[in-house]
Ligand binder design. Structure first.
Ligand code: ADP
Ligand code: ZN
Ligand code: ZN
Length: 675
């Protein structure tokens, strides 16, 4: 085939459509190859997204690329289509999405030893031999039905595997993979997880189930070299099973035959900055592009997913009971801390239950969604509070480091020995975080072995794994921690779960806050009673009469989700409408609001010209936490009755917005998780 004369190249530059370059003599570029191109007075790696034999560009203005990078296979068709889709949907240029989706090694200009580096990256993975093959479990009827339904389907289909905690979802994923491999021994499987730190157990299970298949992980904790290596291995089909966090959705897997998204409701699937994509949503898109099945698993599916189950777009697979014989879900009691005397913030029921559990040599989990010692330090004599100087929030008191730390911007300083305003030396912590609860537990049960797991205790590599190993080994009596203790773990001896301070989430102005509290509670309840011990869950809350506790007591997700969906439908809000946010920040709030007002006017002009009634733009408002790291932040909410209407509007709007002359920094968030 003769080489084309021109290529179009997508570059990591906002608003820039692919640019045309001449093909360098002696090279034969393909769509999906990378190349180094001159751009302005520099050069950059771009992606070839089109080839042709003619151009409108005048002869003397034509430039050629400097180097073609085709030492690796070209990126595949579905990868190109996926990045193109994401660029349209999330309002970024194709190059911004596609280049950013590559590991740093493949998006940087090649160094002098590029070829040698590539060879090193191709060195085969060394696997630790698994201890021994685990005997295969006999699937129960519901598990079998789930696996058979998937096996009998062909082409694109979205399955929702809804199973209570401990119902054996993981086992179902493994058998589904097995089926896929039995049909196509070369098949590749992408297994997405919320946070890799929390899944060493999962990796071991996959490993021992498929001892002869190559497996790799892809996540942001990897060094650049490791990341490039795993990515390249998937791209070159040397890895069949790829386990990864949201970034792994952009791995290019030529033989991809199945995608699994575990804990599909988890917020970490949505990117919080840069291109704000949802890896779960892109997983469904990718499955559609490839004509394969995708499985979204959860004990508490997101309302978006649940509404699509209800409308028949997604196919529901249900696991209604725990898989281990005799395993029971914990019984729930909600105790009201309001009208009783608390001991260091704990109700007497909680204290008695902990003592009883320790006496029986069983384990306790204390769940509290707030790290640090106390959320704020205060001066009782003048009312001073530990505000962060750079944000509109408080700096959290961390007693063990003797520091005040802002969880929003990272600012920190040694804790004051006296009040900076009045000189009083008796500063008091207000409220409790995990560190303070840990201290309380140590005072009340000095003999107990207490372990705290939160972001502060698990910063070092492997720290989380070692900590969880200690719990599994029975070396811990009381485990106290944040969400990290709630997720995924198959603990053997936990028979009591205590939840403190969930009320902050139940009184929040954010309408989605309660639904997240419910998911957290279901998750943490799921850690108890997994192996036949009768188990209890005690929640300290002033809102015991709320619907969510009734649903939690029955572990009845469907009832709760259905009731929420009915409310959302009546209020005509998500997931029945689509949302997008225009986010802006600057050191001056006036400038932010001025920019947003201008954006609002321009948007309304577009809608008026089209007589478009499917899209509504609301007034600009400051964000809930208005100032972060000295930047004042505001937002504009757009709602549309369909994704199509939203997409069309955003595209036009984006174009006029980028012509506004303003120093304000702005970005768009399509399908935001918080409004
Ligand atoms: P989930 O992912 O739904 O929380 P897991 O897949 O971790 O549940 O399974 C929970 C426990 O049940 C694990 O210890 C697993 O080995 C066990 N298990 C799963 N399926 C079966 C089965 N069919 N028979 C017996 N035990 C099972
Ligand atoms: Zn004071
Ligand atoms: Zn701050």
């Amino acid at each position: 085939m003769p080489s084309p004369r021109f290529v179009s190249v997508a570059l990591d530059i906002p608003l820039l459509p692919p640019l045309t370059y001449k093909v360098m003599e002696g090279t034969s570029p393909k769509i999906g190859d990378r190349c180094v191109v001159p751009i302005g007075n520099r050069s950059a790696v771009g992606l070839i997204v089109g080839v042709s034999n003619q151009t409108d560009i005048a002869e003397e203005k034509q430039k050629s690329y400097i180097r073609l990078l085709n030492e690796t296979e070209a990126l595949g068709d579905s990868w190109l289509k996926l990045t193109k889709f994401a660029s349209d949907y999330y309002q970024h240029s194709w190059g911004e999405v596609a280049i950013a989706a590559l590991p740093p090694f493949f998006r940087s200009k090649p160094g002098p030893k590029y070829e040698q580096s590539l060879e090193r990256l191709r060195k085969p993975f060394k696997f630790k031999k698994t201890s021994q093959a685990v005997p295969a479990l006999q699937l129960n009827n519901e598990q079998t039905a789930a696996v058979e339904t998937l096996a009998a389907s062909s082409g694109f289909r979205t399955f929702v595997l809804h199973g209570v905690t401990g119902s054996g979802k993981t086992e179902v994923y493994l058998r589904m993979m097995e089926r896929v491999f039995s049909v196509n021994p070369q098949a590749q499987v992408l297994f997405l997880v919320p946070e890799i730190n929390l899944t060493p157990q999962l990796q071991e299970r996959v490993r021992s189930h498929f001892p002869d298949r190559s497996m790799a992980t892809l996540h942001s904790g990897l060094a650049n070299g490791e990341r490039a290596r795993a990515w390249l291995a998937a791209h070159e089909k040397r890895v069949q099973i790829l386990i990864g966090t949201r970034m792994a959705i952009f791995a290019d897997m030529p033989d991809l035959d199945l995608i699994i998204v575990d804990e599909e409701h988890d917020l970490s699937y949505k990117a919080g900055d840069g291109i704000r994509y949802s890896a779960r949503d892109l997983a469904v898109k990718l499955a559609q592009l490839r004509g394969i099945a995708v499985v979204l698993g959860s004990a508490t599916p997101s309302l978006e997913t649940w509404s699509r189950v209800k409308s028949g777009r997604y196919h529901l697979l249900t696991l209604s009971k725990r898989a281990v014989q005799g395993a029971k879900l914990p019984t729930l009691s909600v105790v009201n801390p309001k009208n009783q005397k608390l001991v260091k913030g704990l109700c007497s029921e909680v204290i008695d239950a902990i003592s009883e559990t320790l006496q029986k040599n069983e384990q306790v989990i204390i769940f509290l969604n707030r790290r640090g010692y106390a959320p704020v330090l205060t001066c009782p004599s003048c009312g001073w509070l530990s505000k962060c100087p750079h944000c509109s929030t408080y700096a959290v008191y961390h007693k063990f480091h003797a520091k005040l730390i802002c969880h929003h911007c990272g600012w920190s300083m040694p804790v004051y020995s006296r009040c900076p305003d009045c000189g009083n030396v008796d500063l008091q912590p207000m409220g409790a975080g995990t560190q303070r609860i840990e201290e309380t537990l140590e005072e009340l049960w000095p003999q107990a072995r207490i372990l705290r797991i939160d972001r502060d205790t698990t910063q070092r590599k492997n720290a989380a794994k070692l900590a969880f190993d200690a719990v599994h080994a029975g070396d811990v009596d009381i485990l106290v921690g944040t969400q990290m203790v709630a997720k995924g773990h198959d603990f053997q001896k936990v028979s009591l779960v205590v939840v403190l301070n969930i009320d902050a989430q139940l009184v929040s102005a954010n309408p989605r806050s309660e639904e997240r509290a419910f998911a957290n509670l279901m998750q943490v309840a799921g850690r108890a009673g997994r192996f036949g011990l009768p188990a209890r869950m005690i929640v300290q809350s002033r809102f015991g009469d709320r619907e969510l506790f009734a649903a939690l007591a029955e572990q009845n997700y469907c009832r709760y989700a259905d009731s929420l969906l009915a409310i959302r439908k009546a209020e005509n809000t998500v997931p029945f409408v689509c949302q997008a946010l225009l986010l802006a920040d600057d050191v001056k709030i006036d400038k932010v609001l001025e920019f947003l007002s201008q954006a609002l006017r321009l948007g309304e002009d577009i809608l008026a010209a089209q007589v478009n009634q499917q899209v509504v733009i609301y007034d600009p408002i400051p964000m809930a936490v208005m100032k972060v790291a000295d930047k004042e932040r505001g937002q504009l909410l757009v709602e549309a009755s369909s994704r199509g209407a939203m997409g069309l509007f955003l595209k036009q709007w984006y174009r006029v917005l980028s012509e506004i002359r303003s120093s304000v920094h702005w970005t768009m968030d399509v399908d935001p998780i918080d409004v």
